[in-house]
Write a protein that binds this ligand. Structure first.
Ligand SMILES: [Zn+2]
Ligand SMILES: [Zn+2]
Length: 259
C-alpha cells in the first residue's frame, strides 16, 4: 500500500510489536505514507485501548519514529475513535494530530466484532441490526468530528449478512459521509477475518465511487506481520471501480495522491 493510515500500537493492549518495527515493515513493502491510528481512550471498554494518560506517550512514539525515518517514509499521527453516543470526549476529539478515524465497534453495549460476544448474533433480526449499525455510522458522519470512516461495513466480520440489499441499508450513511466530506478507508483486515474480503464490500465501493467519495487505505495492523498484508488486493479492488487517487491527511487537511 502506498498509503496506509490505519495501524495500532501495544498501548491498546491487543496488539504486539514496536512502533519502529511497524515503520520498518512499512518501508519494506514500499509504503510512502504510514499512519498510526491507535484506539483512542474512552471511559467505556478501557481494557482494549490506551488510557487518557497515555496519549502523550503514544504521540511521542509516533513523532520520534517520524523524525528517525523521515528520509525513507512519512509517518503520520492519527487516532481511531469509537463512535459511541454518551462517550464522546472533547479531550480526544480536539487533540492536535493529522487525522481522526471514526469507527463503530459497539451497538449499545454489544462489541459485535469481538469473538467473545459472537453468541449475541443468534436470534437477532439481522437486518434490524444492520439498520442500527448504519444509523450509528450516519450519526458519526453527521457529527462532523472525524476525517475518515473506519471499516464501513465491519458488521459483516463473522459473515452474518443482511437478507436485504446492503446498498439500501447503507444508503443514508453514505449520503451523510458525502455531506460531511469524509474519506472512506479500504481496510484490508477483512481479508484475514471470516468474511474474507475488504471493508467495504465491492457492492458498497461501487456506490461510494458513484457518489465520488474519496478513499484511502489501511492495514488495520495489530502485529508486524499484518503491515501491508492484502494491500495489493485492496488497491486492485479500488482501481476496479475507477479510483487512481487516495487521501492522506496532515494536520487534519486532506491531500490526494496517486496510488
Ligand atoms: Zn484493535
Ligand atoms: Zn476498528
Amino acid at each position: 500500500m502506498r498509503v496506509d493510515l490505519h495501524n495500532h500500537t501495544i498501548l491498546c493492549n491487543h496488539a504486539t510489536g514496536t512502533v519502529a518495527e511497524y515503520v520498518e515493515a512499512a518501508i519494506e513493502c514500499g509504503t510512502q505514507f504510514f499512519g498510526f491510528s491507535d484506539h483512542a481512550p474512552m471511559h467505556y471498554d478501557p481494557k482494549y485501548r490506551m488510557g487518557f494518560d497515555q496519549m502523550e506517550l503514544y504521540e511521542s512514539w509516533v513523532k520520534e519514529a517520524a523524525e528517525r525515518y523521515a528520509d525513507k517514509i512519512t509517518v503520520l499521527l492519527g487516532y481511531e475513535i469509537d463512535y459511541l453516543p454518551g462517550y464522546m470526549d472533547e479531550n480526544v476529539l480536539s487533540r492536535p494530530c493529522d487525522y481522526l478515524i471514526g469507527s463503530v465497534h459497539f451497538i449499545d453495549d454489544w462489541g459485535f466484532d469481538n469473538p467473545e460476544f459472537i453468541g449475541r448474533y443468534a436470534g437477532v433480526d439481522i437486518d434490524n441490526v444492520y439498520r442500527r449499525y448504519f444509523g450509528l455510522i450516519e450519526a458519526m458522519a453527521l457529527s462532523g468530528a472525524f476525517d475518515i470512516v473506519g471499516h464501513l461495513d465491519l458488521l459483516k466480520v463473522f459473515k452474518y449478512l443482511p437478507t436485504g440489499d446492503i446498498r439500501l441499508l447503507a444508503n443514508n450513511a453514505l449520503k451523510a459521509i458525502k455531506q460531511a466530506n469524509m474519506t472512506i478507508e479500504i481496510n484490508a483486515s477483512g481479508y484475514r477475518k471470516p468474511i474474507g474480503e475488504a471493508y467495504p464490500s465491492p457492492l458498497l465501493i461501487e456506490q461510494i465511487a458513484e457518489l465520488d467519495i474519496p478513499i484511502t487505505f489501511g492495514s488495520d495492523a495489530h502485529c508486524v506481520e499484518q503491515i501491508g498484508l492484502f494491500g495489493e488486493d485492496a488497491e486492485t479492488l479500488a482501481r476496479s471501480f475507477g479510483y487512481d487517487k487516495c487521501a492522506l491527511y496532515r494536520g487534519r487537511d486532506r491531500e490526494m495522491i496517486k496510488f
